[in-house]
Design a protein around this ligand. Structure first.
Ligand SMILES: Cc1cc2nc3c(=O)[nH]c(=O)nc-3n(C[C@H](O)[C@H](O)[C@H](O)COP(=O)(O)OP(=O)(O)OC[C@H]3O[C@@H](n4cnc5c(N)ncnc54)[C@H](O)[C@@H]3O)c2cc1C
Length: 271
């Protein structure tokens, strides 16, 4: 008996993410030798709005400093340029947005190797980019008894934003891993928030110091955990919390922000 012909996998069509809005750099402010704040502005930011902290935006950049910015088309599954080339798109945390001046701040880690890191390290007023988003952020449980925020340098902008929004009376503990000691700075004016900085040892995989810090931190029942950073490291944090500590998953929000050894083009639609 002959077997029925195999049905080809249906081509997955995903809902188009929010359109790209053209912007240009209006200000650049170094925060540490490892982190720079870039203010983006442009009339196309009219109607952009931020609802929750620790959300995301896609930043579209020219493929190289020699190229003009070209807005890609959504091809059902990903953004593509003419000829099927993949555009340079990276994900950042949208910080302050001023709806009167159409100014949006992002902060980029200067880790050295990557389209966005290189672009950020030479960012200057007038440079072109485009923004799509925002994607969903973190919904704060106002009744939570305590919060633990843990992340590497890429999570610093989101952590700072979360600290502004979390209820002041709720005990909050912050763990941050930095690749260099000069990435540390005064993260919050809040004396009531314990911020622990942890240095990554030379040669250790990214996230190693963060995972150790989470393991060493006592968690009261009901503590909400928000964590973000290198994908394999946050996976270790997930496993530790769920399997060794029995933390209920709904009390956690744990996100991979980048992958060690992999360029982070992110073409997925906003959740
Ligand atoms: C929801 C979300 C929010 C984010 N918010 C921010 C933010 O506010 N600020 C921010 O700087 N990043 C943020 N990130 C992370 C950022 O998108 C990635 O770090 C991205 O890969 C940087 O792009 P790139 O072009 O510089 O490097 P890529 O071209 O993506 O990568 C090149 C190489 O550099 C490595 N690499 C990438 N990032 C780092 C890093 N931080 N440290 C060391 N090596 C790295 C890669 O593994 C790869 O080997 C966020 C990511 C997500 C998903």
């Amino acid at each position: 008996m002959s077997s029925p012909p195999a049905t080809p996998d249906p081509v997955r069509i995903r809902r188009a993410p929010p359109r790209f809005r053209r912007v240009e750099v209006s200000r650049v402010e170094p925060i540490t030798p490892r982190l720079v704040r870039i203010t983006l502005t442009g009339p196309e930011l009219d109607g952009f709005a931020l609802a929750e902290p620790a959300a995301s935006v896609r930043l579209l950049l020219p493929a190289s400093s020699a190229e003009d910015l070209v807005i890609p088309e959504w091809e059902g599954n990903e953004f593509l340029l003419a000829g099927g080339r993949r555009p340079a798109i990276r994900t950042f945390t949208p910080l302050r947005f001023d709806a009167d001046t159409f100014e949006l701040d992002i902060e980029a880690v200067l880790h050295g190797d990557g389209v966005a890191s290189r672009w950020a390290s030479s960012a200057a007023a007038g440079m072109s980019a485009a923004i799509s988003g925002p994607g969903r952020g973190y919904t704060i449980d106002l009744d939570a008894p305590a919060f633990l925020l843990a992340g590497d340098e890429t999570a610093i902008p989101a952590i700072r934003q979360l600290l502004e929004e979390l209820p002041r009376a709720t005990p909050t503990h912050v763990l941050i891993e930095v690749a260099q000691p000069d990435a540390r700075f005064d993260l919050t004016g809040r004396a009531d928030v314990a911020v622990e900085w942890h240095d990554l040892e030379a040669g250790a995989p990214p996230g190693d110091a963060l995972v150790a810090a989470v393991r060493a931190t006592a968690l009261d029942d009901g503590t909400r955990v928000w964590a973000a950073g290198e994908a394999a490291a946050v996976q270790r944090i997930r496993r530790h919390l769920f399997e060794e500590r029995g933390v209920p998953r709904p009390q956690t929000a744990i996100r991979g922000y980048w992958k060690h050894g992999r360029a982070g083009d992110d073409h997925k639609p906003a959740p």
